[in-house]
Design a protein around this ligand. Structure first.
Ligand SMILES: [Zn+2]
Length: 113
């Protein structure tokens, strides 16, 4: 009986320690993911600028990638790399998965000579 009691007590201590460790880990994860988020944001901006430069070459700069409609020049003044008109950007902000309807060229295609 005393052995069982000790085991229960030990088990409880272990789970408390595990919870503390999990808490520490989640704090570490948070700061890591913050760095990741910043890097991801920077990469997204860089990609958007590259895409905008390509659209200038193609002559499609200033056209919404979704409907091909004109992007408000005021919006382009504020965000020169804006790929979508205000209406579609608002929709995408509300549901980012909609960006999938505009698939980017695959890396395999880009790697072809
Ligand atoms: Zn649009």
């Amino acid at each position: 009986m005393s052995r069982t009691t000790r085991n229960v007590k030990t088990g409880r201590e272990q789970s408390i320690n595990a919870a503390a460790d999990a808490g520490d880990a989640s704090v570490a994860d948070e700061s890591d993911s913050e760095d990741f988020t910043q890097a991801e944001r920077a990469a997204t901006i860089l990609r958007q600028v590259h895409d905008a430069l390509r659209r200038i070459e193609n002559g499609t700069y200033g056209q919404c990638l979704i409907d091909g409609g004109p992007i408000d020049p005021k919006r382009l003044d504020a965000v020169p790399s804006a790929p979508y008109c205000t209406r579609h950007q608002t929709l995408l902000d509300a549901a980012p998965s909609l960006a999938e309807i505009n698939p980017r060229p695959s890396k395999r295609e880009a790697a072809l000579p």
